[in-house]
Design a protein around this ligand. Sequence first.
Ligand code: F0G
Length: 409
Amino acid sequence: MAPYTMRCIECGKTHDMGKPAYACSSCGNLLEIEMDTAEAAERIEKSDFQERPISVWRYRELIPVDPRSQVLSLREGGTPLFDCSRLAKKLGMRSLHVKFDGMNPTGSFKDRGMTVGITKAKELGMKIVTCASTGNTSASLAAYAGLAGLKCVVLIPEGKVALGKLAQAMMHGSTVVSVKGNFDQALEMVMKSSETLGMYVLNSVNPFRIEGQKTAAFEVCDQMGGKAPEILYIPVGNGGNSAAYWKGFSEYEALGQVKGHPAIRGVQAQGAAPIASMFEGKSDKFIPVKNPDTVATAIRIGNPANWKKTVRAIRQSGGKVSTVTDTEILNAQRLLARHEGIFAEPAGAAAFAGLVKDIQNGVVDKDAEIVCVSTGHGLKDPDIAIGQSTKPRVIEASMSALERLVKET
Ligand code: F0G
């Protein structure tokens, strides 16, 4: 068997990895990359990967790019796994860890997938790259396209992308297209454009993106001293990252690098929760949400492209998907910022909001080894942060005015 095979998740048909592909040519379902774990185990045994600094490319033997390819990197991954003892104590938990992927080069986990996706784009000889985005994918793709010298076109839903993300996409020189519609409509356009305009799609339907993102799970296990957590909370939008984490945990287990794996608990915003509906018994069938809405604009998605992949992954892990309200998300964002110094954007606080809710409802073991994934940095969305914080106090430039204010507060 080849070290890697690209396969349809439904009918199993194999596809040529040397050509751009996002869906099965027979049945139209999602594609994924399968690793020959016996062969990979031999490969990593001979490597010194545990000696390398923690990062996406520390695991390069487990990433399906040509070893001769020039890797395009901005030093992604190697993000901290914070021991959040203050919040653990507040919630009555034995311990709590937060994997803060907002500390990637462009401020979100997307960089893990993008370094691999762009390296692949160059390998395949692509000239134009594209994506639809709620913001972070476009920021990340724009940065890596700049680094690679590739033309980049990003489609975003008009008026619904946080300011910081928009600034990034524009500053890195991509063509930013504001679509009068939502993310789901923009993604539909991008998928069609891949056929008609020959653009390489770097949304999470691109299986190479997932291969980069799975390294976050490897990192979590290594940062926990070779142990897998018992439960992992993660926000779910398009469903790519949760599927990627599961792929990472299962591969690491199959490779004998770690014993066991966590149950994945996905968290969706109440106004954009088609996957949670399937787990909450509302419907067995997947039913897209027509007009998704949430303060966490990153996960304002009604028709997640990876729903099949992530539903399967979360079920296999023994986990589930639940919802949180916008108020719960903003509360969680403030708790992380004020008690642990972690400034997450709203979607990056959604997983923690899900944990707080489960603790309050008594449906999670407070003694379990729990990791929450925080996916994006708070500076991405300054409007939301400013809108819910105390305004600066204006005083005269005098010491007495300062003294009065300090005594008051
Ligand atoms: N958190 C953040 C900060 C995100 O930007 C996203 C997705 C998610 C969570 C959800 O991850 O889609 O893999 O389930 N953002 C995409 C974008 C859709 O366009 O930036 P997912």
